[in-house]
Write a protein that binds this ligand. Structure first.
Ligand SMILES: Cc1ncc(COP(=O)(O)O)c(C=O)c1O
Length: 508
C-alpha cells in the first residue's frame, strides 16, 4: 500500500529555489479584468513568438535502427541467435527496423509539428508519460505525489537538484570517490561537500562501498566531528555500479541509509545512470557471444536490478536522477528526475531560467523509437537486457586479461569485479612503506607509454587528503572500446605496464 505523504520536507527546499517564480511575458492573464469581462473562446494568436510548423524544413524523419548492440561490427560469432526472437513483430508497430516520424501524428506519438516547436519546460507529455510508466513498472515510489521532469541528462539533473536543495553554507554528504563534476554544482549553489568513507577493502568481509558504520557514527557525533557545520541537508550517492569504484549497495544498506535520512532529516540524491546495467556473474569468456542469453523482463525487474531508493521512500525525500546517456546515447542530452512534485516544481522554475525545455529533437527520437519500435516500457527493457549481456561479455573479457596476468598472480593487483555498470576498479598493492600516491602518478606515465588510458582514483576524490589511504586504484572501463580485440589488447597493455613497473623496482 502506498500512502500520500503530503510534503514534509519544506526545510529541505533551498530558499533560492523557493523564491523563484515564473510568469511568461506573453500570457494574457485575467487578473484585474473589468466587471463583465469575457474572454473569446477561440482567440487567434498574434502573441506567441513561435514560427508556425509550416516554416520547419523537415517533413518527416526515418530512424534506422539495429536489433542489438554492435549488430554491424560484432567480431565474434553469436550462438543460438535468432534475431527475430529478440524483437517479435508484435512488439514493433512497424515490424521493421525503420521508425518513421511524421509531421503530424495522433496523440500517442510525438510528431514534428509538436516536438520541433517551443515546448513545455517539464517535457513533452508523451515522453513524460513514458518516464512515469517506466518508474511505476521498475521502481515505484512508496508514496503518492511524486512526479517526473525531463532534463538535459544527469549532469543537468544534478545541477538542478543542487539548486533545489542547497543554500550557501548547507552541507551535502558524498561518497568519498564520486562523479566529481557534481562538486562544481555544489560550489555553484554555495554548498559544502563532506566526504563519507567507502569500504574498498575486499578482505574486510564487509559490503564494499558506502561505509555504513562511518556514516552512522558521523551523524551521531556530528557536532563534535564537524564543529561549526550545520547538520547535512542531503546525501549524494551513486548506488549501483558506482562511478568510479564499480560497487553496488545492497537493498539492506539502502534501507539503513534511508532510516538515517529519516532520523537526521536529510534528502537523498540518487544518481543512477548504471542501475539498469546489472551484469551477469563473471565467467571465463568463450569465443562465441551468447547474445540471447537474456532474461524475462519480470525476472529482471524482480531479481536482477537493485531496487531504487524510491521504492523505500515513504516521505518524499529521495530525488532520483535518470539519464538516457548510457542506455540510448549521450549526445541526446536527455534524462529525467523523479521526486516529490514539490521538488519537481521548483526544478521546473529553475529550468525556466537555465535551460528552458530539453531538445525537442531528442525527445522526438527517444519517444518514437521506444513507442513505435520497442512497443513501450517492456520492449525498452528488452533492449536494455541486450546491453546488459553485451556489457557483461566485455567485463568478462577485460577482467580475464587481468586475472590471467603475471601481475595478478604475483599479487600486484586487486580487482573489484563489478556486478553492475561499466567500471572496474583495480588496486595496486604496493609493499609497505612506499609512497603510494607518488608511485601511482608515476605508473600513470607508464600506462601512457604502453598506450592505455585509465583514470587515477585520486582524481575522483572529494578530498584527496581524506582519501589518501584508499585512493590506490585506477578506474577502468569496458564501455568505449570499438570491439573485443581492443578490450583484450587494452587489458594486456595495462598488466604489461604494471609488470614492467614492478620489474623496474617501482620506477618508470
Ligand atoms: C554518476 C554519473 N552521474 C552523471 C553523469 C552524467 O551523465 P549525463 O551524460 O546524463 O549528463 C555521469 C556520466 O558519466 C555519471 O557517471
Amino acid at each position: 500500500m502506498t500512502k500520500d505523504s503530503g510534503f514534509k520536507h519544506e526545510n529541505l527546499v533551498s530558499k533560492r529555489a523557493d523564491a523563484r517564480t515564473f510568469t511568461h511575458f506573453s500570457s494574457s492573464g485575467t487578473e484585474g479584468a473589468p466587471p463583465g469581462f469575457k474572454p473569446h473562446p477561440k482567440p487567434l494568436a498574434l502573441h506567441w513568438g513561435m514560427p508556425n510548423a509550416g516554416f520547419f524544413p523537415i517533413d518527416s524523419i526515418d530512424v534506422n535502427l539495429v536489433e542489438y548492440p554492435f549488430q554491424k561490427s560484432l567480431s565474434i560469432p553469436i550462438t543460438n541467435a535468432s534475431v527475430e526472437s529478440f524483437f517479435p513483430d508484435e512488439k514493433s508497430t512497424t515490424g521493421k527496423n525503420t521508425v518513421t516520424i511524421n509531421k503530424v501524428d495522433d496523440s500517442k506519438y510525438l510528431d514534428i509539428t509538436t516536438a520541433l516547436q517551443y515546448g513545455p519546460v517539464a517535457g513533452l507529455s508523451p515522453l513524460l508519460q513514458f518516464t512515469e510508466d517506466f518508474i511505476t513498472r521498475v521502481h515505484k515510489p512508496a508514496y503518492e505525489g511524486w512526479g517526473t521532469i525531463i532534463t538535459n541528462g544527469a549532469g543537468d539533473g544534478l545541477n538542478k537538484v543542487a539548486d533545489a536543495l542547497l543554500d550557501p553554507g548547507d552541507v551535502i554528504l558524498l561518497e568519498e570517490f564520486t562523479f566529481v563534476p557534481f562538486l562544481k554544482n555544489i560550489e555553484n549553489s554555495g554548498g559544502i561537500p563532506v566526504p563519507i568513507k567507502l569500504n574498498l577493502d575486499q578482505e574486510s568481509g564487509k559490503e564494499l562501498g558506502l561505509d555504513l558504520d562511518y556514516l552512522t557514527n558521523l551523524l551521531e557525533n556530528w557536532k563534535t566531528e564537524k564543529p561549526g557545520l550545520p547538520s547535512p541537508k542531503a546525501l549524494y550517492v551513486i548506488p549501483t555500479g558506482q562511478n568510479p569504484t564499480g560497487t553496488t549497495q545492497s537493498v539492506e544498506t539502502r534501507k539503513k541509509v534511508y532510516a538515517l535520512a529519516e532520523k537526521y532529516d536529510f534528502a537523498i540524491i540518487e544518481d543512477d545512470p548504471y542501475g539498469y546495467l546489472s551484469l551477469q556473474p563473471w565467467q571465463k569468456p568463450a569465443n562465441t557471444f551468447k547474445l540471447n542469453d537474456f532474461l524475462e523482463v519480470d525476472d529482471y525487474i524482480a531479481n536482477h536490478i537493485t531496487p531504487s531508493y524510491l521504492t523505500i521512500d515513504t516521505s518524499g525525500r529521495v530525488l532520483r536522477i535518470e539519464t538516457f546517456s548510457k542506455l540510448f546515447a549521450p549526445g541526446l542530452r536527455l534524462g529525467f528526475i523523479v521526486a516529490h512534485k514539490r521538488f519537481t516544481k521548483v526544478i521546473e522554475n529553475y529550468s525556466n531560467v537555465v535551460t528552458r525545455s530539453s531538445s525537442g529533437t531528442s525527445q522526438l527520437i527517444v519517444q518514437n523509437v521506444i513507442a513505435k519500435k520497442f512497443g513501450g516500457v517492456d520492449g525498452w527493457l528488452q533492449w536494455i537486457l541486450k546491453m546488459r549481456v553485451t556489457y557483461s561479455h566485455r567485463r568478462d573479457l577485460l577482467l580475464n586479461q587481468l586475472f590471467e596476468s603475471e601481475a595478478y598472480k604475483k599479487g600486484y593487483l586487486g580487482v573489484i569485479d563489478p556486478t553492475a555498470g561499466m567500471f572496474a576498479s583495480v588496486f595496486i598493492k604496493f609493499p609497505e612503506g612506499v609512497d603510494a600516491q607518488a608511485k601511482l602518478q608515476l605508473l600513470n606515465f607508464k600506462f601512457q607509454n604502453f598506450g592505455v588510458g585509465v583514470v587515477l582514483g585520486a582524481n575522483m576524490a572529494v578530498d584527496r587528503k581524506f582519501s589518501e589511504e584508499r585512493a590506490t586504484f585506477y578506474r577502468l572501463t569496458f564501455a568505449p572500446a570499438n570491439n573485443d580485440q581492443e578490450i583484450i589488447e587494452a587489458g594486456k597493455r595495462f598488466v604489461d605496464a604494471v609488470e614492467d613497473f614492478f620489474a623496474k623496482g617501482l620506477e618508470y
